[in-house]
Design a protein around this ligand. Structure first.
Ligand SMILES: Nc1ncnc2c1ncn2[C@@H]1O[C@H](COP(=O)(O)OP(=O)(O)OP(=O)(O)O)[C@@H](O)[C@H]1O
Length: 247
Protein backbone atom coordinates (compact mmCIF):
# COMPACT_ATOMS: atom_id res chain seq x y z
CA UNK A 1 0.00 0.00 0.00
CA UNK A 2 2.85 2.39 0.91
CA UNK A 3 6.30 1.76 -0.51
CA UNK A 4 9.08 4.10 0.59
CA UNK A 5 12.46 3.95 -1.15
CA UNK A 6 15.58 5.71 0.15
CA UNK A 7 13.54 8.75 1.20
CA UNK A 8 15.56 11.70 2.56
CA UNK A 9 14.91 15.25 3.69
CA UNK A 10 17.47 17.90 4.53
CA UNK A 11 15.91 21.27 5.36
CA UNK A 12 17.48 24.39 3.86
CA UNK A 13 20.58 25.42 5.84
CA UNK A 14 20.25 22.38 8.15
CA UNK A 15 23.44 20.60 9.14
CA UNK A 16 21.98 17.12 9.07
CA UNK A 17 19.28 15.09 7.37
CA UNK A 18 15.95 14.99 9.24
CA UNK A 19 15.01 11.81 7.35
CA UNK A 20 17.84 9.81 5.83
CA UNK A 21 17.68 7.04 3.21
CA UNK A 22 14.56 5.56 4.75
CA UNK A 23 13.10 2.36 3.28
CA UNK A 24 9.76 1.01 4.46
CA UNK A 25 6.82 -1.02 3.15
CA UNK A 26 3.41 -0.73 4.80
CA UNK A 27 0.75 -3.24 3.80
CA UNK A 28 -2.90 -2.56 3.11
CA UNK A 29 -5.01 -2.69 6.29
CA UNK A 30 -2.13 -2.12 8.69
CA UNK A 31 -2.01 0.27 11.60
CA UNK A 32 1.63 1.27 11.42
CA UNK A 33 3.19 3.29 14.24
CA UNK A 34 6.19 5.59 13.76
CA UNK A 35 7.74 6.16 17.17
CA UNK A 36 10.84 8.10 18.09
CA UNK A 37 12.23 10.81 20.39
CA UNK A 38 11.61 14.53 19.78
CA UNK A 39 13.29 15.57 16.56
CA UNK A 40 13.62 11.98 15.26
CA UNK A 41 11.97 12.90 11.95
CA UNK A 42 8.42 11.59 12.42
CA UNK A 43 6.58 14.75 11.34
CA UNK A 44 9.03 15.28 8.47
CA UNK A 45 8.35 11.74 7.21
CA UNK A 46 4.56 12.06 7.49
CA UNK A 47 4.64 15.50 5.84
CA UNK A 48 6.53 14.10 2.84
CA UNK A 49 4.11 11.16 2.50
CA UNK A 50 1.20 13.60 2.74
CA UNK A 51 2.74 15.67 -0.10
CA UNK A 52 3.03 18.68 2.21
CA UNK A 53 6.82 18.65 2.02
CA UNK A 54 9.10 17.93 -0.93
CA UNK A 55 11.68 15.18 -0.36
CA UNK A 56 15.35 16.04 -0.95
CA UNK A 57 15.83 12.63 -2.57
CA UNK A 58 14.26 9.20 -2.77
CA UNK A 59 10.70 8.28 -3.66
CA UNK A 60 7.51 6.65 -2.44
CA UNK A 61 4.26 5.28 -3.84
CA UNK A 62 0.85 5.01 -2.23
CA UNK A 63 -1.48 2.44 -3.78
CA UNK A 64 0.97 2.33 -6.68
CA UNK A 65 0.86 6.10 -7.30
CA UNK A 66 3.87 8.35 -6.97
CA UNK A 67 3.46 12.01 -6.07
CA UNK A 68 5.06 13.08 -9.35
CA UNK A 69 2.25 13.39 -11.83
CA UNK A 70 -0.45 11.88 -9.61
CA UNK A 71 -0.84 14.63 -7.02
CA UNK A 72 -4.61 15.12 -7.37
CA UNK A 73 -5.38 11.36 -7.32
CA UNK A 74 -3.05 10.90 -4.35
CA UNK A 75 -4.75 13.73 -2.43
CA UNK A 76 -8.12 12.02 -2.86
CA UNK A 77 -6.66 8.73 -1.63
CA UNK A 78 -5.12 10.01 1.58
CA UNK A 79 -6.43 11.72 4.69
CA UNK A 80 -4.22 13.94 6.82
CA UNK A 81 -4.64 14.75 10.50
CA UNK A 82 -1.78 17.10 11.34
CA UNK A 83 -0.27 17.72 14.76
CA UNK A 84 -1.18 21.43 14.61
CA UNK A 85 -4.86 22.32 14.35
CA UNK A 86 -5.82 23.17 10.80
CA UNK A 87 -9.12 24.71 11.93
CA UNK A 88 -10.53 28.23 11.57
CA UNK A 89 -11.22 29.47 15.12
CA UNK A 90 -13.92 31.98 14.22
CA UNK A 91 -15.97 29.50 12.19
CA UNK A 92 -18.27 26.92 13.79
CA UNK A 93 -17.44 23.20 13.86
CA UNK A 94 -19.99 22.60 11.10
CA UNK A 95 -18.64 25.43 8.93
CA UNK A 96 -15.09 24.17 9.33
CA UNK A 97 -16.07 20.65 8.34
CA UNK A 98 -18.11 21.93 5.40
CA UNK A 99 -15.02 23.76 4.19
CA UNK A 100 -12.76 20.70 4.52
CA UNK A 101 -15.34 18.37 2.94
CA UNK A 102 -15.80 20.72 -0.02
CA UNK A 103 -12.03 20.75 -0.60
CA UNK A 104 -12.40 17.03 -1.36
CA UNK A 105 -15.35 17.59 -3.71
CA UNK A 106 -18.10 16.67 -1.24
CA UNK A 107 -21.23 18.81 -1.25
CA UNK A 108 -24.96 19.16 -0.56
CA UNK A 109 -26.95 16.68 1.50
CA UNK A 110 -24.23 14.03 1.29
CA UNK A 111 -21.73 16.36 2.96
CA UNK A 112 -24.21 17.54 5.61
CA UNK A 113 -25.11 13.94 6.44
CA UNK A 114 -21.48 12.88 6.72
CA UNK A 115 -20.64 15.81 8.97
CA UNK A 116 -23.60 15.15 11.27
CA UNK A 117 -22.91 11.43 11.40
CA UNK A 118 -19.28 11.97 12.45
CA UNK A 119 -20.10 14.73 14.93
CA UNK A 120 -22.58 12.31 16.53
CA UNK A 121 -20.07 9.42 16.69
CA UNK A 122 -17.43 11.64 18.30
CA UNK A 123 -19.87 13.20 20.80
CA UNK A 124 -19.83 16.68 19.26
CA UNK A 125 -23.32 16.98 17.76
CA UNK A 126 -24.53 19.43 20.45
CA UNK A 127 -21.62 21.75 19.60
CA UNK A 128 -21.98 21.66 15.80
CA UNK A 129 -22.88 25.35 15.56
CA UNK A 130 -20.48 26.70 18.17
CA UNK A 131 -17.28 28.48 17.15
CA UNK A 132 -14.06 26.47 17.32
CA UNK A 133 -12.44 29.15 19.50
CA UNK A 134 -14.78 28.10 22.34
CA UNK A 135 -13.73 24.42 22.10
CA UNK A 136 -11.40 22.57 24.48
CA UNK A 137 -8.23 20.89 23.17
CA UNK A 138 -9.93 17.47 23.17
CA UNK A 139 -12.89 18.80 21.17
CA UNK A 140 -10.58 20.47 18.64
CA UNK A 141 -8.61 17.22 18.22
CA UNK A 142 -11.83 15.36 17.44
CA UNK A 143 -12.89 17.99 14.87
CA UNK A 144 -9.38 17.90 13.36
CA UNK A 145 -9.79 14.14 12.98
CA UNK A 146 -13.20 14.40 11.29
CA UNK A 147 -11.80 17.02 8.89
CA UNK A 148 -9.19 14.47 7.74
CA UNK A 149 -11.56 11.56 7.05
CA UNK A 150 -14.79 13.02 5.60
CA UNK A 151 -13.78 11.92 2.09
CA UNK A 152 -13.24 8.30 3.25
CA UNK A 153 -9.51 8.06 2.49
CA UNK A 154 -7.92 4.65 1.87
CA UNK A 155 -4.85 5.72 3.82
CA UNK A 156 -4.86 7.96 6.88
CA UNK A 157 -1.80 9.83 8.20
CA UNK A 158 -2.09 10.92 11.81
CA UNK A 159 0.55 12.98 13.58
CA UNK A 160 0.07 12.55 17.35
CA UNK A 161 -3.73 12.42 17.26
CA UNK A 162 -4.13 12.18 21.05
CA UNK A 163 -1.57 14.72 22.22
CA UNK A 164 -2.88 16.91 25.03
CA UNK A 165 -6.31 15.31 25.36
CA UNK A 166 -8.05 13.79 28.39
CA UNK A 167 -8.71 10.07 28.77
CA UNK A 168 -12.31 10.39 27.59
CA UNK A 169 -11.36 12.15 24.34
CA UNK A 170 -8.44 9.76 23.84
CA UNK A 171 -10.75 6.75 24.15
CA UNK A 172 -13.27 8.28 21.74
CA UNK A 173 -10.51 9.00 19.20
CA UNK A 174 -8.88 5.58 19.51
CA UNK A 175 -12.09 3.58 19.24
CA UNK A 176 -13.09 5.68 16.21
CA UNK A 177 -9.71 4.96 14.58
CA UNK A 178 -9.99 1.23 15.32
CA UNK A 179 -13.36 1.15 13.60
CA UNK A 180 -12.00 3.05 10.59
CA UNK A 181 -9.19 0.50 10.33
CA UNK A 182 -11.61 -2.44 10.66
CA UNK A 183 -13.55 -0.94 7.77
CA UNK A 184 -10.45 -0.99 5.57
CA UNK A 185 -8.50 2.24 6.15
CA UNK A 186 -4.74 1.77 6.36
CA UNK A 187 -3.33 3.95 9.14
CA UNK A 188 0.12 5.45 9.62
CA UNK A 189 0.42 7.19 12.93
CA UNK A 190 2.96 8.86 15.19
CA UNK A 191 2.70 9.09 18.95
CA UNK A 192 4.67 9.53 22.14
CA UNK A 193 2.10 7.40 23.99
CA UNK A 194 3.88 4.06 23.91
CA UNK A 195 1.16 2.10 25.72
CA UNK A 196 -1.36 3.37 23.22
CA UNK A 197 0.89 2.44 20.28
CA UNK A 198 1.61 -1.01 21.74
CA UNK A 199 -2.09 -1.74 21.90
CA UNK A 200 -3.15 -0.05 18.66
CA UNK A 201 -0.46 -0.86 16.08
CA UNK A 202 -0.07 -4.01 13.99
CA UNK A 203 3.57 -3.00 13.40
CA UNK A 204 5.88 -0.30 14.65
CA UNK A 205 9.10 1.34 13.50
CA UNK A 206 11.26 3.17 16.02
CA UNK A 207 13.16 5.96 14.29
CA UNK A 208 16.01 8.11 15.53
CA UNK A 209 18.07 10.73 13.69
CA UNK A 210 15.94 10.14 10.61
CA UNK A 211 16.58 6.43 10.21
CA UNK A 212 14.75 3.28 11.30
CA UNK A 213 16.52 1.57 14.16
CA UNK A 214 14.11 -1.33 14.56
CA UNK A 215 10.73 -2.43 13.30
CA UNK A 216 8.25 -5.24 13.79
CA UNK A 217 5.12 -6.27 15.65
CA UNK A 218 5.01 -4.76 19.15
CA UNK A 219 5.24 -8.22 20.75
CA UNK A 220 8.25 -9.13 18.57
CA UNK A 221 10.09 -5.95 19.49
CA UNK A 222 9.51 -6.65 23.18
CA UNK A 223 10.52 -10.32 22.84
CA UNK A 224 13.72 -9.39 20.98
CA UNK A 225 14.89 -6.83 23.54
CA UNK A 226 16.58 -8.50 26.52
CA UNK A 227 14.82 -7.60 29.79
CA UNK A 228 12.19 -5.36 28.15
CA UNK A 229 8.68 -5.94 29.48
CA UNK A 230 6.91 -3.36 27.36
CA UNK A 231 7.39 -1.04 24.41
CA UNK A 232 8.59 1.85 26.56
CA UNK A 233 11.50 -0.28 27.77
CA UNK A 234 12.31 -1.27 24.18
CA UNK A 235 12.16 2.40 23.19
CA UNK A 236 14.57 3.49 25.94
CA UNK A 237 16.93 0.58 25.28
CA UNK A 238 17.05 1.47 21.58
CA UNK A 239 17.11 5.27 21.72
CA UNK A 240 18.96 5.89 25.00
CA UNK A 241 18.14 8.28 27.82
CA UNK A 242 19.82 11.45 26.55
CA UNK A 243 17.65 14.49 25.80
CA UNK A 244 17.19 15.27 22.09
CA UNK A 245 17.59 18.99 21.63
CA UNK A 246 18.49 20.26 18.17
CA UNK A 247 17.72 23.60 16.53
N1 LIG B 1 11.12 23.65 8.90
C1 LIG B 1 12.26 23.17 9.40
N2 LIG B 1 13.44 23.75 9.13
C2 LIG B 1 14.61 23.26 9.62
N3 LIG B 1 14.68 22.16 10.41
C3 LIG B 1 13.54 21.55 10.71
C4 LIG B 1 12.26 22.01 10.24
N4 LIG B 1 11.29 21.17 10.69
C5 LIG B 1 11.94 20.25 11.43
N5 LIG B 1 13.26 20.45 11.44
C6 LIG B 1 14.29 19.62 12.11
O1 LIG B 1 14.17 18.30 11.60
C7 LIG B 1 14.36 17.35 12.64
C8 LIG B 1 13.17 16.42 12.68
O2 LIG B 1 12.03 17.18 13.09
P1 LIG B 1 10.59 16.53 13.14
O3 LIG B 1 9.63 17.62 13.51
O4 LIG B 1 10.32 15.78 11.89
O5 LIG B 1 10.76 15.50 14.36
P2 LIG B 1 9.65 14.72 15.17
O6 LIG B 1 10.16 13.32 15.31
O7 LIG B 1 8.31 14.88 14.53
O8 LIG B 1 9.69 15.47 16.57
P3 LIG B 1 8.54 15.67 17.70
O9 LIG B 1 8.40 14.37 18.40
O10 LIG B 1 9.15 16.71 18.59
O11 LIG B 1 7.29 16.14 17.01
C9 LIG B 1 14.58 18.16 13.92
O12 LIG B 1 15.97 18.22 14.16
C10 LIG B 1 14.03 19.53 13.60
O13 LIG B 1 14.74 20.52 14.32
Amino acid sequence: MIQINQLSKKYKNAERFSVHNLDLVIDEGEVFGILGPNGAGKTTLISMLSSLLKPTSGSFTIDGLSYQGHMSRLKQLIGIVPQEYALYPTLTAFENLKYFGSMYGLKGMELTQKINEHLEILGLKPFAHKKIQTFSGGMKRRINLIAGILHKPKVLFLDEPTVGVDVQSKNAIMSFLKELNENGTTILYTSHHLNEAEEFCSRIAIIDLGTIICKGKPEELIRNEPEAKNLEEVFLARTGKALRDYA
